[in-house]
Every structure is written in C-alpha cells, then in structure tokens.
Design a protein around this ligand. Structure first.
Ligand SMILES: [Zn+2]
Length: 347
C-alpha cells in the first residue's frame, strides 16, 4: 500500500511516500481503509525527533484519521465491515488501574497512534478495536479526521484540568490553530467569556465566528497588557496554553487571584522562567495536560453530532503533499486543521 514513511529524522524531505506491506488486523484489532488523515504538531516532532526519545523507525506518521472498516481481527464482532469510523489516537494497556478507572491517558504504557506504532497516513491502518468510533453523521471523512486529537486535548484541558465554569473568563492562545479553535469553542460551550490571540488580522473574523468574545493581535501588543485592560485590571480565571516558553510569563501575569494555567505543549520552548512571587501571592494553580481519555472523546463526538462543536478544516491536500503540509503548519500559516486526502489507489 501507499504510505508516508519516516525512515530517519530530519526536515520535511524525510517524509517519503513509499510502498509498504499492507497491515493485518491482529486479534482484537480492526483494519481501517483510510480516506482522510489530519496533521498535528506532534507529526513535526516525530519527523524531527526529540533528543532522548526513541521512535520505532521506520514509522508511518498520523494520529488522526477516518475511513471505513475493511476487516475485523479474531474476537472482534463490531463495527461491521464497511462502517464509517474515526480513530481514537490514544493507545493504552486497557488493564491497569488508570485504564480501568477511565483515565487511560494516565496509563504507564500510554502511547499515540503515529508516534508509538504505525499511524494513519497510509491507505490502511490496523488499530485495537477500542480505537475506532462511529463518525458523527453530519461529518465528511475530512472533518472526521480533523477533530479527534485537538478536540480531545482541548476538552481535557478545559473540562478535566481547568474545570471551566459558567461565568469564568478564559484566555485561549492561538485561537485559529487546531487546538485553539477547539478550545475556544469548548470554553464558550461551558459558558465562559473567551479571549483569544491571533497572529494576523485576517484571522479575527474566523475566531469570532467560533465564539471568541475578544480578539488580541499578539504581534502588535503585549497580550498580558491587553488582558489587564480588557478585564479592568482583574485578569482571567483560566489560561489554556499550547505555546510554551513564549507565553508563559504573560500567562502568569494575565491570571487573576485563584487562577488556573493549563499547558499541553511547548512548541516555542520548554524551560521558561516562573515568577514564584506571583505564583504564591495570587494562589495560582499550574496544571499539565496530555491528550485525554477515550470516554472524553466519545463525549466530544456526541457534541459534534448535536452540532454544538465543529471541526475546523483549513485545507485538504493530497497525501503526496504531506511535506508541504508540515511546512504550512510550521510557518503557522493555517487557520484550523490541515487534512490529507487518501485516495483509493488501484491495487
Ligand atoms: Zn493501562
């Protein structure tokens, strides 16, 4: 089958489209014929490699995907062959205390499709049966491939970690990004007043449409000063951050007393300085967040089915333009998700 394969780490040129053997659904697994797969920032880390992290190369990347069930492995009776499914990106043992409590993202053997085993950027992918979910009826394959990882991440940050409540004020960084566009919709759904940042004026209308009450152009002003001004010097109750070092100090200054800062990524750097006086004097909570549980993704899917949340697709590219997709993502020239279309090629 055709697949994107990373054989060694490096730049976008290391994303090679090649022919590899078709995967087989092992016991307890489902084989999915992929129709669409989306890109995440995680793909760029997997491609570049992180010092000290071992990836199982050669590796097919891709955490998110949607398609149709092609075959069932031994012991699996549903969904039916031909059913439209999206993929759960999280992998876990299914037997430990964390998994059985529904906190599978706290499993000691937790991994992610496309990082720890072959992912979705291929014609076929084999996954554990727990990793397929029905596609909300209103969604195309492209939209279904665009929501799992970013909505799961944003939901876990806002609901499980920050516990956003009606009336809270919430700052979401980069509201036009994948995680940002999910987080601002979720914060709005939870009844918060939502502030967001964008890098360019052409993204303002887009994030307002998704539910942002106030939009800050972070290249023109200090976002922390703007938060102070827009909140009458009070600050916000919650900051949802996936940027990292560049925004950390401003996040802490933006929070009001008792505020909660949740961070799920460090694209701009992972060792920022922290003003401990502000941390203790304002009674702040600093919270980490990675992915979320399979149950949380099912909750998100039902809200998408009900039309209360929606995936945001920036553009759809053919699979062989995966390298261009990485370049667009790394230049932040996107508003929403980049989705790769996987055509059924003749066999
Ligand atoms: Zn486990």
């Amino acid at each position: 089958m055709r697949a994107v394969v990373i054989r060694e780490h490096g730049g976008p040129e290391k994303l090679v489209l090649g022919e590899v053997p078709d995967p087989v659904a092992g016991p307890g697994e489902v084989l999915v014929e992929v129709r669409a797969a989306s890109l995440n920032h995680l793909d760029t880390w997997v491609r570049r490699g992180i010092p000290g992290v071992r990836y199982p190369l050669p590796l097919i990347p891709g955490c998110d995907g949607a398609g149709v069930v092609a075959a069932l492995g031994a012991g699996v009776t549903s969904p039916e062959v031909g059913a439209r499914v999206a993929l759960q990106p999280g992998l876990s043992c299914g037997r430990c205390a964390a998994c059985l409590a529904g906190d599978d993202n706290l499993c000691r053997s937790y991994g992610i499709l496309g990082e720890n085993r072959n992912g979705t950027q291929a014609r076929y992918v084999a996954v554990p049966a727990a990793n397929v979910l029905p596609i909300p009826e209103r969604l195309s394959f492209e939209e279904a491939a665009a929501f799992p990882l970013v909505f799961l991440t944003a939901w876990h940050m806002a609901v499980a970690r920050a516990r956003v409540r009606p009336g809270d004020t919430v700052l979401v960084h980069a509201g036009a990004s994948g995680v940002g566009s999910a987080a601002l919709q979720i914060a709005r759904l939870l009844g918060a007043r939502v502030f967001t940042t964008v890098g360019s004026p052409d993204k303002v209308a887009r994030v307002r449409e998704l539910g942002a009450d106030e939009v800050i152009l972070y290249r023109d002003v200090s976002f922390a000063d703007e938060i102070r001004r827009l909140t009458g010097k009070r600050g916000v109750d919650v900051v949802l951050d996936h940027v990292g070092a560049d925004t950390w100090d401003g996040d802490i200054r933006s929070l009001t007393a008792g505020g909660r800062l949740v961070v799920c990524g460090a694209t701009s750097g992972h060792e920022p300085r922290t003003n401990l006086r502000l941390l203790f004097f304002k009674n702040l909570s600093l919270l980490g967040s990675t992915m979320g549980s399979k149950a949380e993704l099912l909750q998100v899917a039902s809200l998408i089915q009900a039309g209360r949340l929606r995936p945001v697709v920036d553009r759809v590219l053919p699979l062989d333009e995966v390298a261009r997709g990485h370049e667009l993502l790394e230049s932040r020239a996107v508003a929403g998700k980049i989705v790769l279309r996987v055509d059924a090629s003749p066999r």
